[in-house]
Design a protein around this ligand. Structure first.
Ligand code: COA
Length: 388
């Protein structure tokens, strides 16, 4: 055992560890409240657009009409992919996970930036916006290529949400579908110091470039404990298949200590406010499309789960209906987490910029509990395994 052991507290999972002061996002997990820059998520979902929310998160205030128009045009002007990036996407195995494609392509964008490293905050933000603008094009291009279609150019005049749906299907979406997508992007844009935002903050603290910062975030969001839960939640709803089978599924899952996907949250100890907004949108969307079976099954799962989990602090989270909504919009399941990236880049950039304004290299410690003072052994006297 190491002789230098200090009296320390290990914060496994960094629960309740604060790494900075922030003015970007406030979650009240007891009261079911979420605010971006002081504005409630309900207010933003009802009145804002994704572009305006990005502006708010990154710059800190709601833009004037002129500021928003300029900003929207700027994002639009960044959307097109250069040929080398399209060629790279074409060269990747068609069976690749879209998250891996996205991580690779965003990383590659940095290779074509003559000055990826900069101390200038405005230039850093601009690089973040370029990545944010190109992400939907990367995702949609890969999806078309893997399905044997030509990738489409972004369509001038469409905003980020509508343009993504257009580039996926080749058809301009109905206004309501574009609106649902837009709200879904607003809801996923920011969520305080979660794992991927922390990963981005760590990378930013080393003064790395924006491509490295966002690539760190994508890699971290990829895991099933973070970004992947929305895909799992939809798979559960599809596996149950019918509202009449929900009670049996939930009772069996809980009896065997399996988790109900789309339920529970590290921060919310009551319902996640984004869940309610998505549930209402999901209902409207299902009725409009006359495809209510999946939505009804999700509701039945929720009803059973809430009955069985009554008295606990396990409530529906954002993922309980997001998958149903994306599926009803015609989006393939393995694109749900990339869509999360499309939106969350705004939060990652906002936090990276905020942290850099008072930067300190993030360098925690690990408590060494191994041995010291061992003698270097010649080959003939090695056991070939760990010796106690
Ligand atoms: C999100 C999540 C990881 C947060 O969990 P957490 O706050 O760290 O809580 P824990 O994992 O410590 O779980 C605490 C207890 O609640 C139970 N629990 C948590 N989420 C549950 C769920 N979705 N279904 C059933 N039980 C659940 C755990 O089994 C555990 O029970 P135990 O004390 O009897 O062992 C967890 O709720 C989960 O795995 N949910 C499903 C995946 C999901 O929807 N993720 C998206 C999050 S936005």
């Amino acid at each position: 055992m190491c002789a230098f052991r200090e009296p320390v507290v290990i914060h496994k999972g960094l629960d309740n560890v604060y790494v900075k002061e922030s003015k970007i996002c406030f979650i009240d997990g007891e009261a079911s409240k979420l605010f971006y820059r002081g504005y409630s998520i309900e207010d933003l979902a009802a009145n804002s657009t994704f572009e305006e929310t990005v502006y708010l998160l990154i710059y800190g205030w709601l833009p004037t009409r002129v500021q928003l128009e300029d900003f929207t045009k700027r994002i639009e002007s960044y959307r097109t992919l250069d040929q080398p990036i399209l060629q790279l996407i074409r060269s990747l195995p068609v069976k690749s996970d879209p998250m891996d494609v996205l991580r690779t392509a965003v990383s590659a964008l940095g290779l074509y930036d003559a000055h990826p490293l900069t101390d200038d905050m405005g230039a850093r933000i601009d690089k973040g916006l370029q990545i944010l603008a190109k992400t939907p094009t990367i995702i949609a291009s890969f999806d078309r290529i893997r399905n044997g279609h030509q990738p489409l150019q972004p369509k001038p005049g469409l905003r980020q949400a509508a343009d993504f749906l257009y580039m996926l299907s080749g058809e301009e979406p109905e206004a309501y579908d574009a609106h649902v997508m837009d709200v879904a992007l607003i809801l996923h844009a920011e969520h305080e110091m979660n794992a991927s935002t922390f990963a981005c903050t760590v990378t930013a603290s080393t003064l790395a470039d924006m491509y490295s910062i966002i690539t760190s975030g994508i890699g971290t969001l990829r895991g099933p404990l973070h970004g992947g839960a929305n895909e799992e939640a939809l798979r559960t709803v599809m596996e149950v298949g019918d509202a009449s089978k929900a009670e049996e599924y939930v009772a069996d899952a809980l009896a065997h200590k399996r988790r109900i996907m789309g339920f529970g949250h590290r921060v919310y100890k009551t319902w996640d406010p984004r869940y309610l907004i998505l549930k209402n949108l999901g209902r409207e969307l299902a009725v409009k499309k006359k495809e209510t079976k999946l939505f009804d099954t999700a509701v039945a799962i929720e009803t059973s789960a809430r009955k069985h989990l009554e008295g606990s602090s396990i409530f529906p989270n954002v993922d309980s209906y997001s998958g149903v909504v994306f599926h009803t919009l015609g989006i393939p399941t393995d694109l749900f987490t990339p869509i999360f990236v499309m939106s969350r880049i705004s939060g990652w950039v906002a936090h990276a910029i905020e942290y850099l304004q008072a930067n300190r290299l993030i360098r925690p410690k690990a408590l060494y509990v191994g041995k010291t003072g061992l003698s270097y052994a010649p080959f003939d006297s090695r056991a070939g395994e760990l010796e106690e």
